[in-house]
Design a protein around this ligand. Structure first.
Ligand code: ATP
Length: 253
C-alpha cells in the first residue's frame, strides 16, 4: 500500500512575524505529482519540511504512521523519504561514485550496500562514465544528475525533487522523464518545477501552492480544466496555472 505524505497543522517562518506557512493541513496525492507555484509560493519550504531539513514551529509531517516530530520515527522516516535540494553542492575530495554512496550511507544504508547501489543509481541518470571524476569538476547540469542519483540510491518510497530539471539540457530532461516513468509502483515522486510543458505526459497529479496555501490538488485533467475554453492544447497547462494563480482584480471603489 502506498503511503502519502501528510502535513498536519504545519506552521513555519524563516523570520519572526513573517510566516511562510500558517496552518497547513494537506495530503499530497500519491503517484507522480507535479508541484507548482510562483516564485516564493513556499514550494521549497514545503519540500524541506517534508525532508526534515527544516522543522515546523507547529504541527508535523507524516509518512504513513511515521511522524517527523517523533524522535523514534525519524531514522526510518528519513530512509523512506529522499530529497533533492534546489541547491546542489559537490563534496570536496569525493568522486561521483563516492558522493552517491555517501548519500546512501547518510540515509542509513550499510556502507557496502551503498557502494554497491551507487553505480545502479548513476546508470539511471547516465552518469556511469563520470563515476571516477571528482564532483567538484562537474558542470552544474552534471552535478544535478549526481544529486538525482543521490535521491535514487537508497530506494526511498517518496522522492521529493526540488526543480530537478533546472539546468539540464534537452537530452538529460528526457533521461529524467524516463527515470520518473520507470519508478516502481510503490514509489511516488513530488516534483517542484516552473516548467509546465510536460505536465500532461509526465505526471498524474498536480498540486498548486500560493502564499503557503494549496490552491489546487487533483488529477492532471482537473487541473487542465481551469484553462479558458478554446485554449490550444499546447498552452492548456500554462493557462490553467495562470487562471489558478492570477491575483483577483482589485474592486473599483
Ligand atoms: N533561507 C531563507 N531565509 C529567509 N527567507 C526565506 C529563506 N528561504 C525562503 N525564504 C522566503 O520564504 C518564502 C518561500 O520561499 P520558497 O523558497 O519556499 O518558495 P518557492 O515556491 O520554492 O520559490 P521558487 O520557485 O522561487 O524556488 C519566500 O518569501 C522566500 O523569500
Amino acid at each position: 500500500m502506498i503511503m502519502p505524505i501528510t502535513f498536519q497543522g504545519c506552521a513555519f517562518g524563516y523570520r519572526r512575524n513573517r510566516p511562510v506557512l500558517h496552518d497547513l493541513t494537506f495530503t499530497f496525492p500519491t503517484g507522480r505529482t507535479v508541484f507548482l507555484g510562483v516564485n516564493g509560493a513556499g514550494k521549497s519550504t514545503v519540500l524541506s519540511l517534508a525532508a526534515t531539513v527544516l522543522r515546523p514551529a507547529a504541527g508535523h509531517v507524516r509518512h504513513g504512521a511515521l511522524r517527523t516530530d517523533r524522535r523514534a520515527d525519524l531514522r526510518t522516516y528519513r530512509r523512506q523519504v529522499a530529497w533533492l535540494p534546489q541547491q546542489v553542492s559537490p563534496v570536496p575530495g569525493l568522486t561521483v561514485r563516492e558522493q552517491v554512496a555517501y548519500a546512501g550511507w547518510l540515509k542509513g544504508m550499510r556502507q557496502g550496500d551503498a557502494r554497491r547501489q551507487a553505480p545502479r543509481a548513476l546508470a539511471q541518470v547516465e552518469m556511469e562514465e563520470f563515476a571516477d571524476h571528482r564532483t567538484t569538476q562537474l558542470s552544474g547540469g552534471q552535478l544535478r544528475r549526481v544529486a538525482i542519483a543521490q535521491a535514487l540510491v537508497h530506494d526511498a518510497e517518496v522522492l521529493l525533487l526540488d526543480e530537478p530539471t533546472a539546468g539540464l539540457d534537452l537530452r538529460q530532461r528526457r533521461v529524467f522523464q524516463d527515470v520518473l516513468h520507470q519508478l516502481p509502483p510503490h514509489v511516488h515522486a513530488i516534483v517542484s518545477t516552473h516548467d509546465v510543458a510536460d505536465v500532461e505526459t509526465d505526471f498524474e497529479q498536480v498540486v498548486v501552492l500560493d502564499a503557503g496555501e494549496v490552491l489546487f490538488t487533483g488529477p492532471v485533467a482537473g487541473f487542465l480544466d481551469h484553462a479558458p475554453a478554446g485554449t490550444p492544447a499546447a498552452r492548456r497547462a500554462e493557462e490553467a496555472f495562470h487562471a489558478l494563480t492570477a491575483p483577483e482584480p482589485a474592486c473599483a471603489s
